[in-house]
Ligand binder design. Structure first.
Ligand code: PLP
Length: 361
């Protein structure tokens, strides 16, 4: 048998990424679609994502300044919105020098802004809490903050975040939007409300800027919305078979002896485990894709390996590629088998898994 390398990787389909961006932008044609690339581009490698989109996107968004500086270091020149704003007063200087937009959400950040030695010359975003109760000024406090900023040169954009825009039948998203809209009318300013599910489910929330995260990566942010059918999964997580075993009826597989063969079975060991970001909680039966067919996982996930039952699949050999999620295995299926959500699975793909950009010309 010939020697082969560990081929565990997250293949990043750059064409799918660009197609998703263009498609979703057409759903909110009057808005500027901000591409959210925080958490290393939702685990896809923020630099790969930003490079692929830089010619189409005006603004990228990240969680905090270090993430933005990494993009600058890697040559990304677009404006970057810092969703959690400054963590210290000197972040205002970094923002000025690097074309970062700061989101201000708390009084301590306003104090920093008002006491800078050199006046801050960039526009800012102000976060308003309309019901998520996580980040942002209260409706009452935002009016005072805006009054406080009256003498400063900045223009501001009002921003808020939905707590449940994936719930099409909930009244909460529109209640939140009404609260923000009232402020926008009062202050005649620009606004940003919609995340991915907001873009698909609540067109009235599109506003001046949408903040597109999950759907950019080709994953539906909401159920029962036909518009999501055109999304193309960007990441395919895959690994190779490194061993094959026959186990007899009554024998167990893996730690804890949780899976027991009910017939003579062919078990393939695949080079991916929880240290790579495949969820430790994935239950036996979680589907994987091999040789054009679905096979179930058998037994517990180990640190570096999983075991799958390939008894019903013809011709499996060492070296075969196994897809864990991507074009053929819906990540939501893995998430529901692991008591988690797609966002967590994507962002937990670990450093030791190479992210490989695939571009078709
Ligand atoms: C403030 C903010 N805006 C936008 C997004 C993007 O959301 P989504 O990935 O649901 O599109 C997030 C994601 O967590 C966020 O925290």
């Amino acid at each position: 048998m010939s020697y082969f390398l560990r081929k565990t990787q997250a293949a990043i389909d750059v064409n799918a990424l660009v197609d998703n961006y263009h498609y979703i932008s057409t759903l909110a044609p009057k808005s500027n679609t901000i591409a959210v690339v925080k958490a290393d581009g939702y685990g896809h490698d923020a630099t790969i994502v930003a490079k692929a989109l830089s010619q189409f996107v005006d603004i990228f968004a990240v969680g905090f300044i270090d993430e933005a500086l990494t993009l600058r270091h890697d040559g990304i020149k677009n404006t970057i919105l810092i969703l959690e704003g400054p963590f210290q007063q000197s972040d205002f200087t970094i923002a000025s020098e690097n074309d970062f937009i700061l989101m201000l959400h708390s009084d301590y950040q306003i104090d920093w802004l008002m006491t800078l030695d050199k006046p801050f010359d960039k526009d800012i975003w102000l976060k308003v809490d309309t019901g998520m109760n996580r980040l942002g000024f209260s409706i009452q406090r935002i009016r005072e903050v805006i009054a406080q900023l009256a003498g400063t040169p900045q223009q501001f954009v009002l921003c808020s975040h939905f707590s449940s825009s994936e719930q099409v039948n909930s009244t909460k998203p529109l209640e939140q939007l009404t609260l923000l809209n009232d402020l926008v009318k009062e202050f005649t300013c620009k606004f940003s409300m919609a995340n991915s599910a907001g873009i698909f489910n609540f067109p009235a929330s599109h506003g001046d800027y949408t903040r597109l995260g999950l759907a950019l990566y080709g994953i539906s942010p909401t159920e029962n919305n036909a518009l999501t059918a055109r999304l193309k999964p960007v990441m395919t997580l895959q690994a190779n078979i490194i061993a094959l075993h026959q186990v007899e009826m009554g024998e167990t597989v893996g730690y804890g002896d949780t899976w027991c063969a009910e017939r003579t079975s062919q078990i393939a060991t695949v080079a991916i485990g929880y240290a790579d970001g495949y969820p430790r909680n994935a239950k036996s039966g979680t589907p994987v894709y091999i040789r054009g067919q679905i096979a179930p996982m058998a037994g517990r996930v180990s640190m570096d390996m999983i075991t799958i039952d390939v008894t019903d699949i013809e011709g499996v050999v060492i070296g075969d590629t196994v897809e864990l999620w991507g074009k053929n295995i819906n990540i939501d299926c893995v998430a529901s088998n692991s008591d988690t959500i797609n966002y967590e699975l994507l962002t937990r793909v670990s450093k030791r898994v190479p992210k490989v950009a695939l571009v078709k010309s």
